[in-house]
Design a protein around this ligand. Sequence first.
Ligand SMILES: [Zn+2]
Length: 280
Amino acid sequence: MHSAHWDAVSAHICARCWSDDHAITSASMNIIQRYLVRRTLRKHGIAFNQWHRITSQLPLVCALSSRQKARLRLLCTLLLKKKVFTGAHDFVVNDEMRICIAAQACVAILNIGLNAFDGWLEIIIYPNAFIVSRDVVDEIGLVHHERRGLSGESWGRGPVILSWQDVQHDSYTLRPGHNIVIHEFAHKLDMGSGRANGQPPLPANMPASEWNQALTDAYNKLSERIEHHQHSYINAYAVTNAAEFFAVCCEYFFTAPQILQKHCPQVFQQLTTYFKQHPL
Ligand SMILES: [Zn+2]
């Protein structure tokens, strides 16, 4: 995945590709870090034709401006360099799979920087839904053995695990409220605070109290509707817990922002500020 086209996007290289610290400007950027970014792009850049062929099939990427796409390609290259993709049970992971997944993951961090995905290394791909078998403790302390098929999973400081069949299903056709890549990588953002609790590390301009209020109110409102068998305007899976609520809201934010804005306007506002994007 080498490219000679990087000169065209090198002007977009800035410290924000690595960090969301806006105090770092292009003038004061760490020279070594900048060198490492350029070297990665030079040695591991994604060829433009390959990039275009794969991402032009992804509705989440097609919705971006040319400038955003250039930045996305850069972030995607850096993410592919930082993370290890592994096929489960000898499943062969090719460049198309890597780019498809990395590009959509980077849509989420387009304006907050790659550091948001720090602290873990691996992305494991299964060919299709994978079976997990484990003991779970319910709310009254009873232990149950569960065995079920999953399309994705994220481990705290561990890997993101994805079913390629499900990634394909959600990636090449826009499915409002459903995108397994966005969902699992949203869990990774959430876990940046140490555990998945629906509250990722927030920038200094976002009071945690306002975030919690907005998400808790929307969560309670949706739970109440579901308890009363009323129409669930977003995927009912969201009320599993606070972490799933955040991940599902992220899916809506990027795939069906109008639905999230209409039914959970405070959450939409918080996510707009957090992601530094306005998908509408
Ligand atoms: Zn989840």
